[in-house]
Design a protein around this ligand. Structure first.
Ligand SMILES: [Ca+2]
Ligand SMILES: [Ca+2]
Ligand SMILES: [Ca+2]
Length: 319
């Protein structure tokens, strides 16, 4: 009898293994270099507040990349939203989080580049200030200062005011910024504003931005706005996340206060960016901490420089 029960139990175990649910697909995380060699096939996305059309599986590991189901996917670490390692959030409860990058995805079709940015969800509708620098490999023009803006104007059309620059190897042909749940700007290699989205009659046609649940945003950028389709090209993306303040970046100061985070420099030369894509926490902290605390306020020579925190996307040959 005991033997009979054993056989029965063994048979049940075997059948549950054989006919149980399929294990979830586990996608192995790749380094930025490895993923940058894999052509992304691309597929269409509807910018419609629903992110279910992003069908790629994210890698299992944090701070790792994957190319899956026609998408480039970077899975950023959770909890690395500490800027130079010391940044804290403002004290007001509506601004206590919201600048922790979780995922950055890229895909495309013949008309548009599509981006998805996932972050942690803020306590209120103050979604983050998300900057995406685009460097096309082989391009000779570009700006190393990421559309800083004119201090006399201090508005979203003028620039980012993020106190951030990139190394000459990463000089950007375009800088895209997403602010709030639906607004955006694109500047070109000379820092000239070339596209705006504000739900106004003069919005740039085709530049689409829609938020989903305050923790993900879909973006469509027509190829015609950013130099044409990238068939066979390799682009680098510099992705930086901060908080927003009247649609420019919210300054991180030396001491946290109700409306400003702390952990920066006395003179305000530090970048107002909490998180980057493309590198581990130590590298990110070093890069966001590479400002000159003695430089004059607003002097780009003192700004932090991004050199290693980027993603490499290999666009396949378009048919
Ligand atoms: Ca969608
Ligand atoms: Ca993060
Ligand atoms: Ca990060």
């Amino acid at each position: 009898m005991a033997k009979g029960i054993f056989v029965l139990v063994a048979a049940l175990v075997i059948s549950s293994v054989s006919f149980g649910e399929e294990p979830e697909q586990v996608v192995k995380g790749l380094s930025v270099v490895e993923a940058g060699k894999m052509p992304v096939v691309g597929h269409a996305i509807a910018v419609d507040k629903n992110i279910k059309d992003w069908v790629g599986e994210a890698p299992a590991e944090e701070n790792a990349a994957a190319v899956n189901n026609g998408e480039y996917i970077w899975k950023d670490a959770t909890g690395d939203d500490t800027g130079n390692g010391k940044y804290t959030y403002p004290l007001n409860k509506t601004l206590k989080k919201g600048a922790d990058l979780k995922e950055f995805r890229v895909t495309y079709d013949k008309d548009n580049l599509y981006l998805l940015l996932k972050t942690d969800r803020p306590s209120d509708w103050w979604t983050g200030y998300r900057m995406i620098g685009i460097h096309k490999e082989g391009a000779t023009d570009g700006m190393t200062l990421l559309a800083q803006g004119d201090k006399d104007e201090y508005n979203f059309d003028s620039g980012t005011f993020a106190n951030l620059k990139v190394s000459p190897d990463l000089a950007c042909q375009y800088v895209v910024v997403i602010s709030s749940t639906y607004k955006g700007r694109i500047w070109d290699s000379k820092g000239k504003l070339i596209a705006r989205k504000e739900d106004q009659p003069d919005d740039t046609s085709g530049f689409a931005i829609l938020d989903s649940n305050w923790n993900a945003v879909e973006v469509a950028i027509p190829w015609s706005l950013i130099g044409g389709e990238p068939s066979g090209q390799t682009w680098k993306f510099i992705v930086a996340v901060g908080q927003q303040d009247n649609d420019i970046v919210r300054a991180v100061e030396e001491q946290a206060s109700e409306w400003h985070g702390g952990g920066g420099a006395a003179n305000g030369a530090n970048p107002s960016i909490y998180d980057l894509a493309g590198a581990d926490k130590a590298t990110q902290e070093k890069e966001l901490g590479s400002y000159d605390a003695e430089a004059d306020n607003g002097d780009p020579n003192g700004f932090a420089t991004i050199d290693k925190s980027y993603l490499t996307v290999n666009f396949g040959l378009m048919k």
